[in-house]
Design a protein around this ligand. Structure first.
Ligand code: P6P
Length: 338
C-alpha cells in the first residue's frame, strides 16, 4: 500500500459506539435535525437504565407482586408496573420536545404541551410489558413508540391515534439475561446492550435483518379451542412438520427471539380477548415497525398492522409477526379458512 493512501486501522471499522454517540451521529446526517429527537432517546436510555436496576433488585427491594389496585383495564397491576411508569414519566416529562405522554398504565394521555406551546413528539409506551413474569425472573420489557405531534389538533387523544406507518421511531428495552435496547427510526434496526460497568448502552448490531428458514412458532396453544379455523389449521400443519415451539409469555422476549433468530410470533383473537390481547398503539405497532424494518412482516388478521387507523388509545388487535416465509404459511390458512 502506498504511503499516500489513508490507512484504515482495523479497529476503525468496528469502533466502540454508545447509544448517545450513535444518536448524535444519526442526527449529524440530517442537517435539518434540531436535536429534539436525541433528547428523547437520551431520556428513554436513562429510563431504561433506571428500570433495569429496579427490575434486577425487585425481590431484594420487596417490590414484587401486586400493587393492590387494578389498572385502568381492570387488570391486576404489579408494583413494578407503577414504578416503571413513574420512572418513564419523570425521565420524559421535562423534555421540551415532548407534547404528549401516553401509557398503558394510564386511562388518559398526559398533555405536557399543546398548540403553539411546543413539543414536537408524542411518546406512547408500555412501561413494563410482561411484568406478571417478574417473580420468576423471566425477561420483561419496556415498549415505546414516538409519534409526531400535530399542534393543530388540540385533543391529545386524537393526536396520538395515528396509524403505525406514521411512527417516527419505535423500540423496546428487554430486561433479560442482559439489558438490550432495540430501536428503529425508519432507517433499519439497531441493537444496543447495557454495559452496567460504565452505565452505557453500547451498539452491538447495526441494520439487523430477521432470518428466514427458522421453523419456530410462538403462540399460547392453551387457547387453541377459541382460535378461528385458519389458526387451528396452521397449528395442525406445523404439528406435522419439523417445527419447534417457543413461547415465553412475555411479548418483548418472544419478539426479540423472533427478530434475532427468525420464526413467527402469534397472538390471535381468543374467547377472553376477541380483538386480541395486545395493544395496537404501544405494543403491536412499535414491534411491527421494528420487524418490518428488519425485513419481516406484521399483520393483524389479514390486515397489515401498521395500516390500521386507531380509534382509541388502548385498542387491542390480533398480532402475527416474524419472518416472511413463516408468516405467509399462516396468512395462507387465514385467507383460505378465516
Ligand atoms: P398469555 C404479558 O402479560 C402480555 O401482555 C405479553 O407480554 C404477552 O405476549 C402476553 O401478554 C401473554 O399472554 O395470555 O399467553 O399469558
Amino acid at each position: 500500500m502506498s504511503t499516500s493512501e489513508p490507512r484504515e486501522h482495523e479497529l476503525v471499522r468496528d469502533n466502540l459506539m454508545s447509544l448517545q454517540s450513535h444518536v448524535l451521529a444519526e442526527e449529524a446526517q440530517h442537517p435539518s435535525a434540531t436535536g429534539d429527537f436525541s433528547w428523547i432517546m437520551s431520556a428513554i436510555s436513562l429510563a431504561g437504565k433506571t428500570i433495569a436496576n429496579k427490575v434486577r433488585r425487585a425481590r431484594l427491594n420487596d417490590v414484587l407482586g401486586l400493587h393492590g389496585d387494578q389498572n385502568v383495564h381492570g387488570e391486576r397491576q404489579q408494583k413494578m408496573d407503577v414504578i416503571a411508569n413513574e420512572i418513564i414519566m419523570r425521565c420524559l416529562g421535562d423534555r421540551a420536545s415532548v407534547a404528549v405522554l401516553a401509557s398503558e398504565e394510564d386511562e388518559e394521555p398526559t398533555i405536557l404541551r399543546r398548540g403553539n406551546e411546543g413539543g414536537k413528539y408524542c411518546i406512547l409506551f408500555d412501561p413494563l410489558d410482561g411484568s406478571s413474569n417478574l417473580n420468576t425472573s423471566v425477561g420483561v420489557g419496556t415498549i415505546f413508540t414516538v409519534l409526531r405531534n400535530d399542534p393543530v389538533i388540540l385533543d391529545a387523544s386524537k393526536t396520538i391515534c395515528q396509524p403505525g406507518i406514521q411512527q417516527a421511531a419505535a423500540g423496546y428495552i428487554l430486561y433479560g439475561s442482559s439489558t438490550v435496547l432495540v430501536v428503529t427510526t425508519g432507517h433499519g434496526v439497531d441493537m444496543f446492550v447495557l454495559d452496567q460497568s460504565i452505565g452505557s448502552f453500547l451498539r452491538v448490531k447495526q441494520g439487523l435483518k430477521i432470518p428466514t428458514g427458522n421453523n419456530t412458532y410462538s403462540i399460547n396453544e392453551a387457547y387453541r379451542a377459541a382460535f378461528s379455523p385458519g389458526y387451528q389449521s396452521y397449528l395442525d400443519m406445523v404439528h406435522t412438520k419439523p417445527y419447534t415451539s417457543r413461547y415465553i409469555g412475555s411479548m418483548v422476549a418472544d419478539v426479540h427471539r423472533t427478530l434475532l433468530e427468525g420464526g413467527i410470533f402469534i397472538y390471535p383473537p381468543t374467547q377472553k380477548h376477541p380483538d386480541g390481547k395486545l395493544r395496537l398503539l404501544y405494543e403491536a405497532n412499535p414491534m411491527a415497525f421494528i420487524i418490518e424494518q428488519a425485513g419481516g412482516v406484521a399483520y393483524s388478521g389479514l390486515q397489515r398492522t401498521m395500516e390500521i387507523v386507531p380509534e382509541q388509545l388502548h385498542q387491542r388487535v390480533p398480532v402475527t409477526l416474524g419472518s416472511p416465509d413463516q408468516v405467509e404459511l399462516l396468512q395462507d390458512r387465514l385467507r383460505a379458512e378465516g
